[in-house]
Write a protein that binds this ligand. Structure first.
Ligand SMILES: *Cc1c(COP(=O)(O)O)cnc(C)c1O
Length: 369
């Protein structure tokens, strides 16, 4: 099997110790040894989320936990305000819509951050929604939205806030309790540097009240936080409704130990260093970043390609000649930008240098220097 260096926006390359933990004999998802591991992982996650609220491990992709959050706090016909500025915020709106929610979109151009003032204005004009749902890092453009200010707007309107932090939590500061985030959703396979398989969400006491107040708790079972609450309250030996992917969670335990031993600030700093190194190197090679540095998330670099460099050619060259994968643009940005992930092992200087060397090599081979 070919081993590529993953410099895509997830999944990410993980440390050998994490992979080794994943390959241990499988434990059952109950019993005292397992519960010790489970509660240790939850305690570690609470430190990374900076929350005292409940944290749940939900096997599946990030989209499952986003669907569970929207579907469990709200009922069909309820209003949810969603700022939309790219592929992932559009998807969030789509998840809300297919679940029968009344989406009040607030549109921003792709590559622009969500503007708290515009949001405030739109919320004042519209019939009051029941929830604000927002993407923190819009991974399709590399914009890091000003979540603290957005959460302040939610507070002014007394709106609970659901955050898609799938590609940001663990990689940039996101103090869930301090900023008043009600449901914060992430996955193991982006900034938490573990193989894919688990979504993770924090649920505030206010969010639990909304779940409990649902008039129609029969909508869905697995993606219904009411089901999860029941098992937390009634099955101490097995405080979740389903079989957990124990190998994935043992791997997550090791990755969390590394992150917490390093310290959150040092962990965040690694991404800042990697992204500055890559962006500086690309500018020297004649590329422009897609968005200004002040809005740019350090977890990926979105780069406008040069007119003489087709994105798919560069991707194929890096893959075939340097064993390295980067991502293209999605939908309207296909062929316009490429995206370089800095999460997981890609945060190391070795990966950044290998990537820049690969791009320089491409330009040299095509006589584009
Ligand atoms: C990756 C990503 C998702 C989708 O995650 P899945 O695990 O594929 O469902 C959602 N939102 C954002 C911001 C992402 O970066």
């Amino acid at each position: 099997m070919t081993h590529y260096k993953l410099m895509i926006p997830g999944p990410v390359d993980v440390e050998d110790e994490v992979l080794a933990a994943m390959g241990q004999p499988t434990l059952p998802h109950y019993g005292s040894e397992w519960l010790g591991i489970y509660h240790d992982v939850i305690a570690g996650l609470k430190k990374v989320f900076q929350t005292e609220s409940d944290v749940l491990l939900m096997p599946g992709p990030g989209s499952a936990a986003l669907e569970a959050a929207l579907n469990s706090l709200l009922s069909p016909g309820d209003g949810v305000c969603i700022p939309v500025s790219g592929f992932f915020s559009r998807r969030l709106a789509q998840i809300a819509e297919v679940n029968g929610l009344n989406v009040l979109p607030v549109d921003f151009a792709p590559g622009q951050p969500v503007e708290p003032d515009t949001l405030r204005q739109r919320l004042a004009e519209q019939p009051r929604p029941r929830v604000l749902a927002v993407v923190h890092h819009e991974t399709s453009t590399g914009v890091l939205n000003p979540l603290k200010e957005i959460a302040d707007v939610a507070r002014e309107f007394d709106l609970p806030i659901i955050v898609d932090a799938v590609s940001s939590l663990g990689g940039v500061p996101l103090p869930v309790d301090e900023w008043g985030i009600d449901v914060c959703v992430t996955v193991a396979n982006k900034c938490l540097a573990t193989p894919p398989g688990i979504a993770i969400l924090s649920v505030s006491p206010r969010a639990w009240k909304m779940v409990a107040a649902q008039e129609n708790p029969g909508r869905g079972w697995y993606l219904n936080l009411g089901t999860w609450r029941w098992y937390m309250d009634n099955w101490a030996w097995h405080p979740y409704p389903i079989t957990l992917p124990t190998n994935n969670i043992v791997a997550l335990q090791v990755s969390l130990q590394h992150i917490l031993a390093e310290g959150l600030e040092a962990h965040y700093a690694k991404y800042v260093q990697a992204s500055s190194l890559v962006r500086r190197g690309l500018r020297d090679l004649g590329f422009e970043t897609f968005i200004p540095d002040e809005w740019a998330c350090p977890l990926i670099s979105a780069v406008r390609t040069r007119p003489d460099v087709p994105v798919s050619d560069l991707q194929a060259f890096l893959r075939d000649e340097h064993g390295l994968l980067i991502a293209g643009g999605l939908e309207e940005l296909r062929g316009v930008i490429f995206r370089v992930g800095h999460m997981g092992k890609a945060a190391s200087p070795e990966y950044s240098q290998a990537f820049l060397q690969g791009v320089a090599d491409f330009l040299h081979c095509r006589e584009l220097v």
